[in-house]
Design a protein around this ligand. Structure first.
Ligand code: COA
Length: 258
């Protein structure tokens, strides 16, 4: 598929790398959101082993394209475009890793939050600055940020628009690791490459159960886990993994991804 505002590379190790490429600040315009959605659909139709989502070096993404804002009518169109595109990336049944090199603001932060794991460069800065425009996050920020860092910190960030640098992001759980800027790409690819060699169907089930469980009661979440636990024993990789353990010990299984 041809893209103009992002690139989608499929590597030999099974990792797909989705890179935003919309000018200097990577605004998440309607057009870029449409391409993000298209890329997520393309990945869902032909699943890679893992995904890395990244942006520009100084600016991961500066958020929604503010020049496309208008009144409630435009908001009613743009919000759902964000939710659909980021939701489609979040729903991929694979490990999706955000590699954040610089500013991830507004929709940029929301896109990173739609990923399963965030690796930040020492220069990364996260924020939901919408309130400084007199508006609120519309790309999932109020919900995903609160789930990732807890409601108090999420409210503080969203109500003040304060930006959070990498060290603090790591401390509050918004970033999962920090690496030197020059190591960011390699670290994200290494982690994704490791995941891509794993029991992929089981990874997808795990992710589905964790995500679904987060928006339900403990009892319902545990029931979802049992469903997934039963389902996973129907996969070829579960047989490979268990047999390999019994014959050769831990960590030696060579999975097929099926
Ligand atoms: N939408 C549309 N245009 C944007 C934008 C956005 N989210 N973010 C930046 N731009 C534009 C600026 O208007 C500027 O345009 P110009 O060159 O025509 O004047 C250009 O991109 C460069 O921005 P500038 O602020 O000069 O760059 P910077 O390097 O000093 O700062 C940012 C970069 C990302 C820190 C800063 O632009 C910023 O804070 N952007 C807004 C973030 C935001 O509020 N996002 C939430 C949107 S709801």
């Amino acid at each position: 598929m041809a893209y103009e505002l992002l690139t989608l590379e499929r590597r030999d190790d099974g990792v797909a790398v989705l890179t935003l490429a919309n000018g200097k600040v990577n605004p998440l315009s309607r057009e870029l959101l449409a391409e993000l959605q298209q890329a997520a659909d393309e990945l869902a139709a032909d699943l890679p082993g893992a995904v890395v989502v990244t942006g520009g070096e100084r600016i991961f993404a500066a958020g929604a394209d503010i020049s496309q804002f208008g009144g409630p009518e435009e908001a009613a169109e743009i919000g759902p475009l964000f939710h659909a595109a980021i939701g489609a990336i979040a729903a991929l049944p694979r490990f999706v890793i955000a590699a954040v090199s610089g500013y991830a603001l507004g929709g940029g932060c929301e896109l990173a939050l739609g990923c399963d794991y965030r690796i930040a460069s020492e220069r990364a800065v996260f924020g939901q600055p919408e309130i400084l425009l007199g508006i609120i996050p519309g790309g999932g920020g109020t919900q995903r940020l609160a789930r990732v860092i807890g409601p108090s910190k999420a409210k503080e960030m969203c109500l003040t628009g304060r930006q959070v640098k990498a060290e603090e992001a790591l401390r509050i759980g918004l970033a999962d690791e920090i690496v030197a800027p020059e190591e960011l790409h390699d670290r994200a690819l290494a982690l994704a490459g490791e995941a891509a060699k794993g029991a992929l169907v089981a990874q997808g089930i795990t992710k589905r159960v964790i995500d679904a469980g987060l928006s339900t009661s403990l009892a319902e979440g545990l029931a979802l886990e049992i469903e997934g636990f039963v389902e996973v024993f129907g996969t070829a990789d579960s047989q490979i993994g268990v047999t390999s353990f019994l014959e050769h010990g831990p960590g030696k299984a060579e999975f097929t991804g099926a």
